[in-house]
Write a protein that binds this ligand. Structure first.
Ligand SMILES: Cc1cc2nc3c(=O)[nH]c(=O)nc-3n(C[C@H](O)[C@H](O)[C@H](O)COP(=O)(O)OP(=O)(O)OC[C@H]3O[C@@H](n4cnc5c(N)ncnc54)[C@H](O)[C@@H]3O)c2cc1C
Length: 488
């Protein structure tokens, strides 16, 4: 018997472990390990849990239709996974395990423990890398080090993709008959324990079929205009596929192929190329996380920035969380996050930079708040995005670059439509006043004034980063490999 272990790859399409296991011609069963305590420990958003569990239900039914049993095991946390799998292996005479690799530290440790336990039992382990387009470690600089600068990484990534594009998925060799969904009730019970308002869950459609439909719709309607529209949160200009990609209801290879297909049309070429660039960013942050496990322990990528002295003013943090900073676009973005479980990329950058630079609050608090609310919460992308915005990360925005919340608002929400959607107390203002309501305080009496001024932020941030660097240099930290620039 062969065993396929599903994790953040809850789909049938483009699933190499499943295809490989079925290709052996031997009986195949599948397993999923539920780890609710792991979710609790990492503050996984309830909406994300809801998405994963519903997608798991769809997967179990789809596998059963294809003749493959899915067993859902309750393991509490990752520490219980090796034992639970061992029992399953012994009960069913399993000789080989197939799964997709995962790269965050806890997942790596979990998988090492599983390998150490199952190998002595004679189980062969087969890993695939369907979670990325280019596996971490595949691309290295001339010095043999991982790329830490995106531009250089992307040039090599493009060459790799040109020569080794993802193959069209093979049709799995499905067995005859119906399979069983063992543990469906466990999933339903876990779902019943999640208390979410219907207005929130009504916004989203979990599962593989919905993800494939969304990809087709995006490729058809929005991909061509992606470059022009992707920065405007009031428009439906991006794919909204991040949750499907992070939970694996959609394969990133399917996204890449859809973009390549779209490129056959000259009018869509530029938009598709721009979108593929985002898939490369996704790979980039995954390889960074795989290579620098200290990031999973809360370290800044640039060690000197761990010497920054944050203020962590609780009242300001709460104002940010609640969308009451007095800066309309920042507030609209934070309210979007809490109300929908998702936030537009331009606004993730703006709100993250606002928290870490205007409010001078440790970016890790914002990173955690995002994970508590984002349905697409993904450690590599979230950590990468936060460290980029806070200028503590690899290839991050320079510390002296500080987005003006008003200028961003005027530029990317010129009519104030997005603000009006999430900050109703400003909806009646004209498209000039809506960006700076404090200039007409009588018109928006229920809206707070700016919690901090924008003026002076750049200078203050610059001074603090310089001080941290000086403190760092004064101590002996040689050799300093992590901040070195990479050669292409
Ligand atoms: C502070 C901050 C936090 C973030 N947290 C997350 C997170 O937890 N999960 C997450 O998936 N993305 C995160 N991102 C990246 C990005 O904001 C989202 O992937 C994007 O907004 C999702 O919308 P979309 O699916 O419409 O993206 P599209 O614009 O359609 O892009 C397609 C796909 O490319 C990937 N992608 C796009 N931009 C990035 C990026 N900058 N880094 C890595 N991958 C990217 C995503 O998988 C996305 O679905 C974060 C960015 C920042 C600045």
């Amino acid at each position: 018997m062969k065993l396929v272990w599903f994790r953040n790859d809850l789909r049938l399409h483009g699933h190499t472990p499943l295809t490989e296991a079925l290709a052996t011609g031997e009986p195949v069963m599948a397993v999923y390990c539920l780890c609710p305590a792991q979710w609790d420990a990492h503050q996984v958003a309830p909406l994300r849990r809801w998405y994963v569990l519903h997608s798991l239900l769809e997967l179990g039914d789809a596998l059963a239709d294809k003749g493959v049993d899915l067993h859902v095991l309750e393991c509490d946390d990752f520490a219980g996974v090796a034992d639970a799998l061992t029992t399953l292996v012994q009960e069913h005479g399993i000789t080989a395990l197939y799964c997709n690799r995962e790269y965050p530290l806890n997942e790596l440790n979990r998988d090492r423990a599983v390998a150490d336990t199952l190998r002595p039992l004679g189980v062969t382990l087969n890993g695939s890398d369907d979670g990325v387009l280019v596996p971490p470690g595949a691309l290295r600089t001339g010095k043999g080090t991982p790329y830490t600068v995106f531009g250089a990484y992307k040039r090599r990534w493009d060459v790799w993709m040109e020569h080794q594009p993802p193959a069209a998925p093979a049709s799995p060799n499905w067995p005859a008959g119906k399979g069983r969904f063992v543990g469906r009730q466990r999933v339903e019970q876990a779902l019943a324990a999640i208390d979410l308002p219907v207005r929130l869950t009504d916004l989203w459609q979990p599962g593989e079929q919905a993800a494939l439909t969304q990809l087709a719709r995006f490729a058809d309607k929005s991909l061509a205009g992606y470059r022009q529209q992707r920065d405007f949160p009031a428009l439906d200009g991006t794919s909204s596929l991040s949750t499907a990609l992070s939970a694996g209801t959609l394969s990133v290879a399917a996204c890449y192929r859809a973009a390549m297909q779209a490129m056959a049309d000259a009018g869509a070429r530029d938009g598709a190329a721009c979108w593929v660039g985002e898939l490369a960013w996704r790979d980039f942050y995954r390889q960074i996380m795989a290579r620098f496990p200290r990031l999973a322990r809360g370290a800044a990528f640039r060690p000197e920035t761990d010497l920054l002295q944050w203020h962590d003013d609780e009242a300001l943090f709460q104002a940010w969380c609640q969308g009451r900073t007095g800066y309309p676009l920042v507030d609209a973005a934070m309210r979007q996050l809490v109300a929908t479980g998702w936030m537009h990329n331009r606004l993730r950058m703006l709100t993250a930079m606002f928290l870490s630079k205007h409010l001078w609050i440790d970016w890790r608090r914002g990173e955690a708040f995002f994970m508590e609310h984002l349905m697409d919460g993904d450690f590599a992308a979230n950590n990468g995005g936060w460290q980029w915005s806070a200028s503590t990360g690899t290839d991050a925005v320079p510390y002296f670059r500080v987005f003006s919340p008003v200028r961003q608002s005027q530029r990317f929400d010129p009519d104030g439509k997005f603000i009006a959607r999430y900050v109703p107390e400003l909806a009646h203002l004209d498209n000039k006043t809506i960006h700076e309501p404090w200039k007409q305080p009588l018109l928006a009496p229920d809206y707070p004034p700016p919690c901090v001024p924008h003026a002076g932020v750049r200078e203050r941030v610059t001074e603090r980063f310089k001080q941290a660097k000086a403190d760092y240099d004064a101590a002996d930290h040689s050799p300093r490999t992590s901040t070195q620039k990479e050669s292409p």
